[in-house]
Design a protein around this ligand. Structure first.
Ligand SMILES: Cc1cc2nc3c(=O)[nH]c(=O)nc-3n(C[C@H](O)[C@H](O)[C@H](O)COP(=O)(O)O)c2cc1C
Length: 338
Protein backbone atom coordinates (compact mmCIF):
# COMPACT_ATOMS: atom_id res chain seq x y z
CA UNK A 1 0.00 0.00 0.00
CA UNK A 2 2.77 2.47 0.91
CA UNK A 3 4.43 2.45 -2.57
CA UNK A 4 1.12 3.66 -4.10
CA UNK A 5 0.63 6.37 -1.46
CA UNK A 6 4.28 7.34 -1.89
CA UNK A 7 4.09 7.75 -5.67
CA UNK A 8 1.13 10.13 -5.19
CA UNK A 9 2.66 12.02 -2.27
CA UNK A 10 6.05 12.39 -3.98
CA UNK A 11 4.42 14.44 -6.77
CA UNK A 12 3.71 17.25 -4.31
CA UNK A 13 6.00 19.79 -2.69
CA UNK A 14 7.94 17.92 0.05
CA UNK A 15 7.03 20.20 2.95
CA UNK A 16 3.33 20.22 1.99
CA UNK A 17 3.39 16.41 1.79
CA UNK A 18 5.08 16.27 5.16
CA UNK A 19 2.26 18.21 6.84
CA UNK A 20 -0.43 16.27 4.97
CA UNK A 21 1.03 12.92 5.99
CA UNK A 22 1.19 13.92 9.67
CA UNK A 23 -2.40 15.21 9.60
CA UNK A 24 -3.58 12.00 7.89
CA UNK A 25 -1.78 9.96 10.54
CA UNK A 26 -3.49 11.94 13.32
CA UNK A 27 -6.88 11.35 11.68
CA UNK A 28 -6.21 7.61 11.38
CA UNK A 29 -5.04 7.52 14.98
CA UNK A 30 -8.26 9.20 16.21
CA UNK A 31 -10.42 6.43 14.70
CA UNK A 32 -8.14 3.66 15.99
CA UNK A 33 -6.94 2.90 12.45
CA UNK A 34 -3.19 2.77 13.00
CA UNK A 35 -3.31 -0.30 15.23
CA UNK A 36 -5.75 -1.96 12.79
CA UNK A 37 -3.33 -1.42 9.89
CA UNK A 38 0.00 -2.00 11.62
CA UNK A 39 -0.89 -4.15 14.67
CA UNK A 40 0.66 -4.09 18.13
CA UNK A 41 4.20 -2.73 18.61
CA UNK A 42 6.99 -5.30 18.70
CA UNK A 43 7.72 -6.17 22.31
CA UNK A 44 11.47 -6.44 22.92
CA UNK A 45 12.16 -4.55 26.15
CA UNK A 46 15.65 -3.19 26.74
CA UNK A 47 16.94 -1.51 29.91
CA UNK A 48 19.31 1.36 29.18
CA UNK A 49 20.27 4.53 31.09
CA UNK A 50 17.86 3.48 33.83
CA UNK A 51 14.94 3.49 31.35
CA UNK A 52 12.92 0.60 30.00
CA UNK A 53 12.57 0.89 26.21
CA UNK A 54 9.68 -1.28 24.86
CA UNK A 55 11.83 -2.03 21.78
CA UNK A 56 15.04 -0.72 20.23
CA UNK A 57 13.61 1.38 17.41
CA UNK A 58 12.97 5.08 17.89
CA UNK A 59 11.83 8.04 15.84
CA UNK A 60 14.67 10.52 15.31
CA UNK A 61 14.33 14.20 16.17
CA UNK A 62 12.93 16.65 13.65
CA UNK A 63 9.76 14.94 12.42
CA UNK A 64 7.68 16.00 15.40
CA UNK A 65 9.33 19.26 16.36
CA UNK A 66 6.46 20.39 18.64
CA UNK A 67 5.24 17.03 19.98
CA UNK A 68 1.96 17.73 18.17
CA UNK A 69 1.75 14.19 16.71
CA UNK A 70 3.28 12.14 19.52
CA UNK A 71 0.41 9.71 20.08
CA UNK A 72 -0.10 8.96 16.39
CA UNK A 73 3.62 8.53 15.68
CA UNK A 74 4.08 6.41 18.80
CA UNK A 75 1.39 4.05 17.58
CA UNK A 76 3.47 3.22 14.51
CA UNK A 77 5.33 0.89 16.88
CA UNK A 78 8.28 2.98 18.03
CA UNK A 79 9.85 2.02 21.36
CA UNK A 80 10.80 5.66 21.79
CA UNK A 81 10.08 8.99 20.14
CA UNK A 82 12.42 11.97 20.24
CA UNK A 83 10.57 15.27 19.85
CA UNK A 84 12.10 18.67 18.97
CA UNK A 85 14.53 20.23 18.30
CA UNK A 86 12.85 22.82 20.48
CA UNK A 87 14.20 26.28 21.34
CA UNK A 88 13.29 28.58 24.26
CA UNK A 89 11.18 30.88 22.07
CA UNK A 90 9.05 30.03 19.04
CA UNK A 91 10.75 30.78 15.71
CA UNK A 92 9.72 30.42 12.05
CA UNK A 93 12.86 28.72 10.71
CA UNK A 94 14.37 29.42 7.29
CA UNK A 95 12.40 30.63 4.25
CA UNK A 96 10.79 27.97 2.03
CA UNK A 97 11.66 25.90 0.08
CA UNK A 98 13.76 24.21 2.75
CA UNK A 99 13.13 20.50 2.23
CA UNK A 100 14.32 18.55 -0.82
CA UNK A 101 13.95 14.91 -1.82
CA UNK A 102 16.85 13.28 -3.66
CA UNK A 103 14.77 10.25 -4.54
CA UNK A 104 17.42 8.53 -6.69
CA UNK A 105 19.59 8.33 -3.58
CA UNK A 106 16.78 7.75 -1.07
CA UNK A 107 18.03 10.91 0.59
CA UNK A 108 16.72 14.21 1.90
CA UNK A 109 18.29 17.65 2.24
CA UNK A 110 16.70 19.93 4.83
CA UNK A 111 17.47 23.40 6.06
CA UNK A 112 14.45 23.91 8.28
CA UNK A 113 16.48 25.84 10.85
CA UNK A 114 14.65 24.72 14.01
CA UNK A 115 11.17 26.00 13.09
CA UNK A 116 9.15 25.36 16.25
CA UNK A 117 6.46 26.74 18.55
CA UNK A 118 8.76 27.17 21.55
CA UNK A 119 9.50 25.05 24.58
CA UNK A 120 6.37 25.88 26.58
CA UNK A 121 4.10 24.53 23.85
CA UNK A 122 6.17 21.35 23.48
CA UNK A 123 6.18 20.62 27.21
CA UNK A 124 2.39 21.02 27.40
CA UNK A 125 2.00 18.60 24.48
CA UNK A 126 4.35 16.00 25.98
CA UNK A 127 2.56 16.19 29.34
CA UNK A 128 -0.81 15.35 27.83
CA UNK A 129 0.39 12.38 25.75
CA UNK A 130 -1.11 8.89 25.96
CA UNK A 131 1.84 7.20 24.22
CA UNK A 132 3.49 4.96 26.78
CA UNK A 133 6.90 4.47 25.14
CA UNK A 134 9.94 6.55 26.05
CA UNK A 135 9.88 10.24 25.09
CA UNK A 136 13.16 12.08 24.53
CA UNK A 137 13.24 15.86 24.17
CA UNK A 138 15.88 17.35 21.89
CA UNK A 139 16.92 20.92 22.78
CA UNK A 140 18.63 23.69 20.81
CA UNK A 141 19.19 27.43 20.68
CA UNK A 142 17.25 30.22 19.01
CA UNK A 143 18.66 31.70 15.82
CA UNK A 144 18.71 35.16 17.45
CA UNK A 145 20.85 33.93 20.35
CA UNK A 146 24.55 34.24 19.53
CA UNK A 147 26.73 31.12 19.72
CA UNK A 148 28.58 32.81 22.64
CA UNK A 149 25.30 32.84 24.58
CA UNK A 150 24.12 29.39 23.43
CA UNK A 151 24.51 28.00 26.96
CA UNK A 152 21.73 30.31 28.21
CA UNK A 153 19.28 28.81 25.69
CA UNK A 154 20.26 25.21 26.46
CA UNK A 155 19.84 25.85 30.19
CA UNK A 156 16.46 27.55 29.64
CA UNK A 157 15.27 24.53 27.62
CA UNK A 158 16.73 22.08 30.15
CA UNK A 159 14.90 23.76 33.03
CA UNK A 160 11.65 23.77 31.05
CA UNK A 161 11.73 20.17 29.76
CA UNK A 162 13.24 18.31 32.72
CA UNK A 163 9.89 17.53 34.34
CA UNK A 164 8.38 16.17 31.11
CA UNK A 165 11.24 14.26 29.47
CA UNK A 166 12.34 10.64 29.84
CA UNK A 167 15.69 11.73 28.40
CA UNK A 168 17.14 14.99 27.13
CA UNK A 169 19.28 15.33 23.99
CA UNK A 170 21.53 18.36 23.57
CA UNK A 171 21.64 19.09 19.85
CA UNK A 172 24.91 20.72 18.83
CA UNK A 173 25.06 19.15 15.39
CA UNK A 174 22.45 20.79 13.17
CA UNK A 175 24.07 22.42 10.13
CA UNK A 176 21.14 24.84 9.78
CA UNK A 177 21.83 27.16 12.71
CA UNK A 178 24.97 29.15 11.89
CA UNK A 179 27.89 28.34 14.19
CA UNK A 180 26.03 25.62 16.15
CA UNK A 181 28.34 22.82 15.09
CA UNK A 182 31.40 24.74 16.31
CA UNK A 183 30.16 23.92 19.82
CA UNK A 184 31.21 20.30 19.21
CA UNK A 185 34.89 21.13 19.16
CA UNK A 186 37.70 21.97 21.54
CA UNK A 187 37.16 23.75 24.81
CA UNK A 188 33.75 24.98 23.70
CA UNK A 189 32.29 21.50 24.21
CA UNK A 190 33.39 21.23 27.85
CA UNK A 191 32.31 24.83 28.44
CA UNK A 192 28.83 23.86 27.24
CA UNK A 193 28.42 20.32 28.58
CA UNK A 194 29.90 21.06 32.02
CA UNK A 195 27.26 23.58 33.14
CA UNK A 196 24.43 21.67 31.44
CA UNK A 197 25.44 18.50 33.28
CA UNK A 198 25.73 20.37 36.60
CA UNK A 199 22.28 21.90 36.16
CA UNK A 200 20.71 18.58 35.13
CA UNK A 201 22.14 16.91 38.25
CA UNK A 202 20.61 19.71 40.35
CA UNK A 203 17.23 19.21 38.70
CA UNK A 204 17.50 15.42 39.12
CA UNK A 205 18.15 15.88 42.85
CA UNK A 206 15.20 18.27 43.24
CA UNK A 207 12.86 15.94 41.34
CA UNK A 208 14.15 12.73 42.93
CA UNK A 209 14.47 11.22 39.44
CA UNK A 210 17.43 10.91 37.06
CA UNK A 211 16.66 12.17 33.57
CA UNK A 212 19.44 10.88 31.28
CA UNK A 213 21.40 13.57 29.45
CA UNK A 214 22.70 12.83 25.94
CA UNK A 215 24.46 14.81 23.25
CA UNK A 216 23.72 14.51 19.52
CA UNK A 217 26.71 14.81 17.22
CA UNK A 218 27.44 15.23 13.51
CA UNK A 219 28.93 12.64 11.16
CA UNK A 220 31.39 15.13 9.67
CA UNK A 221 34.29 14.55 12.03
CA UNK A 222 37.83 13.27 11.72
CA UNK A 223 39.02 10.40 13.93
CA UNK A 224 40.81 12.91 16.15
CA UNK A 225 37.68 15.01 16.51
CA UNK A 226 35.58 11.98 17.50
CA UNK A 227 38.25 11.12 20.11
CA UNK A 228 38.04 14.65 21.55
CA UNK A 229 34.24 14.51 21.68
CA UNK A 230 34.44 11.11 23.39
CA UNK A 231 36.81 12.60 25.98
CA UNK A 232 34.41 15.43 26.73
CA UNK A 233 31.44 13.05 26.98
CA UNK A 234 33.38 10.98 29.53
CA UNK A 235 34.66 13.99 31.51
CA UNK A 236 31.20 15.45 31.80
CA UNK A 237 29.67 12.07 32.65
CA UNK A 238 26.94 12.21 30.03
CA UNK A 239 24.54 9.26 29.97
CA UNK A 240 24.77 8.63 26.25
CA UNK A 241 25.31 9.94 22.74
CA UNK A 242 23.17 10.10 19.61
CA UNK A 243 25.20 9.50 16.46
CA UNK A 244 24.56 11.02 14.05
CA UNK A 245 22.80 14.06 12.71
CA UNK A 246 22.73 14.95 8.98
CA UNK A 247 25.89 15.51 6.93
CA UNK A 248 27.12 18.59 5.08
CA UNK A 249 29.03 16.36 2.65
CA UNK A 250 27.61 16.00 -0.87
CA UNK A 251 30.15 13.47 -2.12
CA UNK A 252 27.69 10.59 -2.39
CA UNK A 253 25.00 12.60 -4.21
CA UNK A 254 27.07 14.88 -6.46
CA UNK A 255 25.19 13.70 -9.59
CA UNK A 256 21.83 14.88 -8.22
CA UNK A 257 20.46 18.20 -9.57
CA UNK A 258 19.54 19.23 -6.00
CA UNK A 259 22.86 18.21 -4.44
CA UNK A 260 23.98 21.81 -4.04
CA UNK A 261 20.97 22.87 -1.97
CA UNK A 262 22.26 24.09 1.39
CA UNK A 263 21.37 22.07 4.49
CA UNK A 264 21.86 18.67 6.07
CA UNK A 265 21.80 15.51 3.98
CA UNK A 266 20.14 12.42 5.48
CA UNK A 267 19.10 8.95 4.36
CA UNK A 268 21.11 6.24 2.63
CA UNK A 269 24.19 8.39 1.82
CA UNK A 270 24.84 9.08 5.53
CA UNK A 271 24.66 5.41 6.60
CA UNK A 272 28.38 4.57 6.37
CA UNK A 273 29.59 7.90 7.75
CA UNK A 274 27.42 7.57 10.84
CA UNK A 275 28.46 3.92 11.30
CA UNK A 276 32.10 5.02 11.27
CA UNK A 277 31.43 7.59 14.01
CA UNK A 278 29.58 4.94 16.07
CA UNK A 279 32.48 2.47 15.73
CA UNK A 280 34.98 5.11 16.83
CA UNK A 281 32.85 6.20 19.78
CA UNK A 282 32.44 2.59 20.85
CA UNK A 283 36.20 2.03 20.71
CA UNK A 284 36.78 5.03 23.00
CA UNK A 285 33.83 4.47 25.34
CA UNK A 286 33.14 0.72 25.62
CA UNK A 287 30.15 1.03 27.96
CA UNK A 288 28.56 4.30 26.80
CA UNK A 289 24.93 3.98 25.65
CA UNK A 290 24.84 4.91 21.94
CA UNK A 291 21.73 5.65 19.89
CA UNK A 292 22.65 4.97 16.25
CA UNK A 293 20.91 6.98 13.55
CA UNK A 294 21.56 7.69 9.90
CA UNK A 295 20.42 5.92 6.76
CA UNK A 296 18.58 2.94 8.21
CA UNK A 297 16.27 1.65 5.48
CA UNK A 298 15.81 -2.05 6.38
CA UNK A 299 16.02 -4.56 9.22
CA UNK A 300 19.48 -5.51 7.95
CA UNK A 301 20.65 -1.90 8.11
CA UNK A 302 19.33 -1.65 11.69
CA UNK A 303 21.33 -4.77 12.58
CA UNK A 304 24.45 -3.25 11.03
CA UNK A 305 24.02 -0.17 13.26
CA UNK A 306 23.87 -2.39 16.33
CA UNK A 307 26.89 -4.37 15.10
CA UNK A 308 28.78 -1.05 14.72
CA UNK A 309 28.22 -0.44 18.45
CA UNK A 310 24.78 1.15 18.87
CA UNK A 311 22.45 0.01 21.66
CA UNK A 312 19.31 1.52 20.13
CA UNK A 313 18.51 2.93 16.68
CA UNK A 314 16.45 5.78 15.30
CA UNK A 315 14.85 6.39 11.89
CA UNK A 316 13.74 9.40 9.93
CA UNK A 317 14.45 9.40 6.16
CA UNK A 318 13.85 5.64 5.88
CA UNK A 319 10.34 6.21 7.14
CA UNK A 320 9.68 8.62 4.26
CA UNK A 321 11.05 6.24 1.61
CA UNK A 322 9.98 2.84 2.99
CA UNK A 323 6.84 3.79 4.92
CA UNK A 324 5.72 2.96 8.46
CA UNK A 325 6.16 -0.82 8.00
CA UNK A 326 9.91 -0.13 8.39
CA UNK A 327 9.44 0.44 12.14
CA UNK A 328 8.25 -3.11 12.79
CA UNK A 329 10.65 -4.56 10.24
CA UNK A 330 13.58 -3.06 12.17
CA UNK A 331 12.18 -3.90 15.62
CA UNK A 332 11.65 -7.52 14.58
CA UNK A 333 15.12 -7.78 13.07
CA UNK A 334 16.63 -6.53 16.32
CA UNK A 335 14.48 -8.61 18.60
CA UNK A 336 16.77 -10.73 20.73
CA UNK A 337 17.09 -14.25 19.44
CA UNK A 338 16.31 -13.29 15.82
C1 LIG B 1 13.56 16.98 7.55
C2 LIG B 1 14.49 16.68 8.67
C3 LIG B 1 14.49 17.48 9.81
C4 LIG B 1 15.36 17.20 10.88
N1 LIG B 1 15.33 17.97 12.00
C5 LIG B 1 16.12 17.66 13.06
C6 LIG B 1 16.05 18.40 14.26
O1 LIG B 1 15.25 19.31 14.42
N2 LIG B 1 16.89 18.04 15.27
C7 LIG B 1 17.78 16.99 15.18
O2 LIG B 1 18.50 16.71 16.14
N3 LIG B 1 17.86 16.26 14.04
C8 LIG B 1 17.05 16.58 13.00
N4 LIG B 1 17.12 15.83 11.86
C9 LIG B 1 18.14 14.75 11.76
C10 LIG B 1 17.56 13.38 12.08
O3 LIG B 1 17.09 13.32 13.41
C11 LIG B 1 18.62 12.28 11.87
O4 LIG B 1 19.67 12.47 12.80
C12 LIG B 1 19.21 12.29 10.46
O5 LIG B 1 18.22 12.59 9.50
C13 LIG B 1 19.85 10.95 10.07
O6 LIG B 1 18.88 9.91 10.12
P1 LIG B 1 18.09 9.37 8.81
O7 LIG B 1 19.12 9.10 7.75
O8 LIG B 1 17.37 8.14 9.29
O9 LIG B 1 17.15 10.45 8.41
C14 LIG B 1 16.27 16.10 10.78
C15 LIG B 1 16.25 15.30 9.63
C16 LIG B 1 15.38 15.56 8.60
C17 LIG B 1 15.40 14.68 7.38
Amino acid sequence: MYPIARSLLFRLDPETTHGMALNALDALHKVGGIKRVYGEPVSDPVELMGLRFPNRVGLAAGLDKNADHLDALGELGFGFVEVGTVTPKAQPGNPKPRLFRLAGHEAIINRFGFNNKGVEHLVAQVKKRHYNGIVGINIGKNLTTSVEHALDDYLACLNAVHGAADYIAVNISSPNTPGLRTLQFGEQLDALLGPIRAQSRKLDAQAGRNVPLLVKIAPDMSEEEVALVAGSIARNELDGVIATNTTVSREAVSDDPQAQEAGGLSGKPVFEASNTVIRLLRSHLPTLPIIGVGGIDSGEAAKTKIAAGADLVQLYSGLIYQGPALVRQCANALKQGN
